[in-house]
Ligand binder design. Sequence first.
Ligand code: ADP
Length: 319
Amino acid sequence: MKKIAVLTSGGDAPGMNAAVRAVVRKAIYEGLDVAGVLNGYQGLIEGKIELLQLGSVGDIIQRGGTILRSARSPEFRTLEGRQKAVEQIKLHGIEGLVVIGGDGSFMGALELTLLGIPCVCVPATIDNDINGTEFTIGFDTALNTVIEAIDKIRDTATSHERTFIVEVMGRNAGDLALWAGLAGGAETILIPEEKFDSTDLIKRLKSGTGRGKKHSIIVVAEGVMSANELADILKKEANIETRVSVLGHIQRGGSPSARDRVIASQYGARAVEVLMEGRSGVAVGMRDHLVIDYDLQDVFKGLHELDMSMYTLSKELSI
Ligand code: ADP
């Protein structure tokens, strides 16, 4: 193997740059040429491919976003689009591709392996929703952003004796809400993995008020419902007044946390090793604190599982 390429695709996540840096530096360390593809799969179709040097990835480990930029490419979802991408890959003499992104990007990579292109995927999404790995790049940074916001909201919730609803991202996964809720000491955490029960929620809120609790923080994952919808339900069903805070895209930005930089470095380097071993259709990730690699198809065989013991714990600690 003489030359590989790397791209970032789908929703961006803090730490993608650290992963790009690791791929580039590890590849060069191993004596390979390494190219960067701009704008994800769309750039691959359009041949936006540049050879990278050690210095190309200098001063980026601490930066959010991705220097390679990311894109969503409807054209790549078609066989014609993917065939154009394959032509470009061959034209540039690329023998293996590292795809850094979420599960949509992983699906694109799987399709590309079926056309004979060796691909290895690195999980990067703040949602932490990829089956087979305990952690994705970006999750820890987003978590810290949410906790910082909850701490600030708690100050005003306490001062004004109010109930706040904080809506966090996560798509269909409750990881961000659960971890942030637990770490931020939220009184209630609503996640898509648990059936929403307004009667139970109202009972909890009222029993808190009964004990003299004057303020409360409810963290709701976007996969359950929006914070505004929840506020309407509480108002309509129990005349409970709340304030709403939707954190939005600030959760996707910022300088990556130490942990995200470390796992991005580990995952990126491992991806290069896997390609050098002559393997394809592989995802890297983490299990029991160890960097692992596994069959890319396994990502789609089940849903990412949330650690429900943490949910139980959060309930026990916020009685
Ligand atoms: P993420 O990787 O963050 O989940 P998307 O779901 O938007 O983001 O996927 C990123 C890109 O991956 C899409 O724009 C598309 O180009 C490609 N992709 C997603 N699903 C498929 C698929 N089934 N077949 C081919 N390409 C896909």
